[in-house]
Design a protein around this ligand. Structure first.
Ligand code: FAD
Length: 294
């Protein structure tokens, strides 16, 4: 099938790009798995105009909006994207072939996992990968942050403004002296050890460390960084920066003409508001350029 723009990703960045591009009356095909979006398991309280919403509901409504404005959506995985002359050729796991003049990469990231028992089982019931998203759920309750770098230091300091007690469990420490000073001032208790198990009943009640200690906590914040789903970008010849994110300019253009990137894959903060904002910019700009070239 032919399209003007192929969007890879059905998370908030891809859907917002689809809405903005389709409203400019270019032909938009968007491919991805809504269930794989980071937003699918989120409970959102920090997005403008919404007091509280399930991420899965926002995605469902976003899909309906994109379709209403004329975008075609396919719940499929892209296995290959190449450039043939001026045309991008995108192939899905359902053997669908989409030929388009532009591509928008809205493929999200994967958060680094701790890999201990209880981590997966208690995700959303005490385990979180995002302090700025979820700190508010732990008001007056104890929490622990796990990580080595700035992200962990910032998360620990932020949590002290909500939680009754904050621990920071780390192996090596790669945060700056200034950040460590802030952590000290915020009275975060630092523990040099390795987590081996998250435990609880309906929700988290503790974290076990390799030295046998058990921390009584209700929140376990894993701040070990993230990597982008960048294989498709690499296939096109776009190199991510050393931290794994795809670099874009103010119009969400990558280093390759007619290829855009938006959302978590372009860097932190990994937040819905940023993903939606960049999706708008990418979709709008890609459509404007194609209309000008017609
Ligand atoms: C548990 C949790 C709670 C969160 N809570 C909040 C919150 O309260 N507030 C907030 O602002 N943010 C929150 N976030 C972050 C927010 O969900 C993300 O910032 C946002 O979803 C990023 O949007 P995105 O479109 O860039 O990526 P994603 O939503 O991750 O979407 C990526 C899309 O790319 C697709 N994709 C990847 N590879 C391929 C491929 N090869 N072929 C086809 N499709 C592909 C996936 O299928 C998916 O549809 C939370 C995240 C998590 C995990």
């Amino acid at each position: 099938m032919d399209a003007d723009i192929t969007i890879i990703g059905l998370g908030p960045a891809g859907l917002q790009a689809a809405i903005h591009a389709a409203r400019k009356k270019v032909k938009v095909v968007a491919v991805g798995k809504s269930g794989s979006s980071s937003l699918n398991k989120a409970e959102v309280e920090n997005y403008l105009g919404i007091i509280s919403a399930e991420g899965s509901d926002l995605l469902r409504i976003g899909r309906e909006q994109a379709v209403r404005f004329g975008a075609e959506l396919f719940e499929e995985e892209v296995v290959k994207v190449t450039k043939e002359g001026e045309t991008f050729v995108t192939v899905t796991d359902h053997e669908r072939v989409i030929r388009s003049r532009s591509v928008i990469l809205a493929v999200g990231i994967s958060r680094a996992k701790l890999g201990v028992p209880g981590e997966k089982e208690f995700l959303g019931r005490g385990v979180s990968y995002c302090a700025s998203c979820d700190a508010g759920f732990f008001k007056g309750r104890p929490a622990v942050v796990i990580g080595e770098e700035s992200e962990a230091a910032e998360s620990a300091v932020l949590l002290t403004e909500y939680a009754s007690k904050v621990y920071w469990v780390h192996r090596e420490l790669n945060a700056s002296p200034q950040e460590l000073e802030k952590v000290k001032k915020a009275k975060v208790e630092m523990i040099g050890s390795k987590p081996v198990r998250v435990f609880g009943e309906q929700s988290v009640t503790g974290l076990e460390l390799e030295d046998g200690r058990k921390l009584d906590v209700n929140g376990v914040f894993i701040a070990l960084g993230a990597k982008g789903s960048i294989e498709l970008a690499l296939e096109l010849g776009i190199m991510p920066d050393p931290s794994g994110k795809i670099q874009v300019d103010e119009n969400c253009r990558t280093e390759m003409e007619h290829v855009y990137a938006c959302g978590d894959v372009t860097g932190a903060p990994w937040q819905l508001a940023r993903a939606v904002g960049q999706g708008c910019v990418a979709g709008d700009h890609a459509a404007k350029v194609l209309r000008a070239e017609k």
